[in-house]
Ligand binder design. Structure first.
Ligand SMILES: [Zn+2]
Length: 291
């Protein structure tokens, strides 16, 4: 679930609150979290600091003197920072609840920073990874991921999106947008939001899309990020969904509620086996694959 807005919220939290502070304690509770082809270890962070941060799609990078750390929160990663010396932040998957006592049984890494600040990485499904990469190998490491343009970068233009969708003419639009080599940063929640905004059925083929429809998908991505990034991402919460219909996300996890565009009932289906929410009145199936 952590997608670009949640990863960006974690990056900003780390950048604003922990950057430059000396790391005075490291507790790695699940060794498999950390990987290094170069044989580096997380202990190298002792007495060092995160000097800068960056992000491409759902990958966050911590730049430290001994190495770069490439962080992926995967499906259920959650960062929480607490301590008397910082405002603190939470970002990522909503389970465990953001106010849970930490460490939780699925807390896999704890970093202690000078000045009363502590960062927890918790991941209930154990898919999160941190790759320790020598500085000289970072560019190659990122290039091997073959990521498309980051949604918040200057490289993400209407022309770039059109070009990439034309190359991927066969196949349904939803999985194409989920593929990080098309564009980097969208996941299951935001693709549903974007396609609802653009009024495109998620099973439409890329080749069936008109230029005007691709324009709307581009606009949908830009507008969805404009809402989600400042909010620090989606807070999927069923009880909130019952009351705050005007609140983001507008379509994802809103099955049975009225569409905010037309009032028809939002339905749930599966597209390439991913749970998908849509409004069939706004997003007709025209152009759908026959299979
Ligand atoms: Zn509708």
């Amino acid at each position: 679930m952590p997608e670009l807005p949640e990863v960006e919220a974690a990056r900003r939290g780390i950048h604003d609150q922990l950057r430059g502070r000396t790391i005075v304690g490291i507790e790695l509770l699940r060794p498999g979290l950390v990987q290094s082809e170069a044989g580096l270890t997380i202990d190298l962070l002792q007495d060092q600091s995160i000097d800068d941060t960056s992000r491409h799609g759902k990958y966050m990078v911590w730049h430290t003197e001994p190495m770069a750390l490439v962080v992926h929160m995967k499906m259920t990663g959650q960062f929480v920072a607490r301590g008397d010396g910082i405002p603190g932040f939470v970002s990522g998957h909503p389970v465990p609840a953001y106010d849970t006592e930490l460490p939780h049984k699925s807390t896999h890494l704890i970093l202690d920073f000078e000045g009363e600040a502590r960062l927890y990485f918790t991941d209930i499904r154990h898919f999160g990874r941190i790759w320790l990469v020598p500085h000289d190998d970072l560019a190659d490491h990122m290039a091997r991921l073959r990521l498309g343009p980051d949604l918040l970068s200057d490289a993400f233009t209407l022309e770039a999106l059109r070009d990439r969708l034309r190359r991927r003419s066969i196949g349904r639009i939803k999985p194409i947008l989920l593929d990080q080599t098309t564009v980097a940063g969208l996941g299951n929640i935001y693709v549903d939001e974007v396609l609802w905004y653009a009024k495109i059925h998620p099973s439409r083929t890329a080749e069936s899309l008109t230029d005007a429809e691709i324009d709307r998908i581009y606009e949908g991505i830009v507008e969805t990020m404009k809402i989600a990034v400042p909010e620090g991402g989606a807070k999927i919460n069923r009880s909130k969904a019952l009351t705050d219909l005007g609140q983001f996300p507008f379509i994802h996890a809103r099955e049975g509620f009225p569409c905010q565009h037309c009032g028809a009932t939002i339905t749930k289906t599966k597209v390439n086996n991913r749970g998908t929410y849509l409004c069939l009145d706004c997003q007709p199936e025209r152009g759908r694959l026959s299979s």
